[in-house]
Design a protein around this ligand. Structure first.
Ligand code: ATR
Length: 280
């Protein structure tokens, strides 16, 4: 008897911009799995109903994107540790009839660095720019990796302080003006702000101040080479773009819904780069 096709979704509002269907479609084809992954636009008012009922429609689970990542926390039966600590859900799956909510952004961030800058596992200090939703996943990843000196810098100091309270003594909060001073011995720099998305320069961080061994990464992937990464690369530093995090955060969901562990390959990267170019 043929296996029942497995189905997964990405929900958001709007959701048309999501690259997840291209990623999962590539993996489904690569593994020869009879399954589907579709975009579903779910308005905020319809979210509770959608979550209650998706299993009845044959879905094994799916991804959650803006604006539902936080609202969905209260709608699932069980949260994984990452979703609780980060305060947002990006992946849903069913297990034993219970809807589980997880967050794979921290895993995606770490896996991207493991692949592109494995020496990051030895860093002692990290400079994190920005204290929004994305920063919470990065702080989870960095604390999980055992980095004991994480300097969190944000334009609005109170937001950095809130995250420092949440993630413990290893995370210290600083105002934006502290960047220059903190850069001098930062082994790893992570930009989680939206700076760079709209053509802003990377001037907020003078890369000349960073140590020669510093790794610089940005979670923004449009553009792929943000001004910060370009300046860091020109200075000869090891740079890692944000596209890898997007690809790696998708893998755990695929494995839960479709039962196979997918790989993040250069072919997948090229596919998404072409798709992003096409959408411009
Ligand atoms: P996300 O969930 O994607 O992280 P967010 O919660 O809106 O989005 O956070 C965006 C981050 O970019 C914040 O740290 C924000 O700083 P504030 O907390 O001070 O708003 C930061 N950011 C956005 N524009 C910025 C700018 N022009 N200069 C410095 N930081 C900026």
């Amino acid at each position: 008897m043929a296996e029942t096709p497995k189905k997964a979704f990405v929900i958001g509002h709007p959701v048309a911009h999501s690259r997840s269907p291209v990623i999962h479609g590539h993996w489904l084809a690569e593994h020869g799995i009879a399954g589907s992954y579709e975009r579903i636009d779910v308005a905020p008012a319809d979210l509770p109903d959608f979550i209650r009922r998706f299993a009845e429609s044959g879905f094994a689970g799916g991804n959650v994107t803006i604006p539902h990542k936080e609202t969905v926390l209260a709608l699932v039966g069980r949260l994984d540790e990452a979703a609780e600590l980060i305060g947002a859900v990006n992946t849903l799956w069913l297990a034993d009839g219970v809807i589980h909510g997880g967050n794979t952004d921290a895993i995606g961030f770490s896996a991207n660095l493991d692949q592109s800058a494995p020496q990051w596992r030895d860093v002692k200090s990290a400079l994190v720019l920005g204290a929004g939703g994305a920063a919470r996943a990065i702080l989870h990843a960095l604390t999980q990796a055992g980095i004991g000196d994480i300097r969190l810098v944000n334009r609005t100091l109170s937001r950095a302080q809130e995250l420092s309270d949440r993630f413990g003594a290893g995370v210290t909060a600083h105002g934006w003006e502290a960047i220059a001073e903190l850069a001098g011995d930062a082994d790893l720099v992570v930009n989680t702000t939206s700076l760079g998305m709209h053509g802003e320069g990377g001037a907020f961080l003078d890369v000349a101040r960073l140590p020669d061994h510093a790794i610089v990464t940005d979670i923004v992937y449009v553009p792929l080479h943000t001004p910060l990464l370009e300046q860091a690369a020109a200075r000869g530093l090891h740079v890692v773009d944000g596209l890898g995090m997007l690809l790696h955060q998708a893998a755990p969901g695929f494995e839960r819904w479709f039962g196979r562990r997918p790989a993040v390959t250069p072919a997948l990267r090229d596919l998404i780069i072409a798709d992003l170019e096409h959408a411009r």
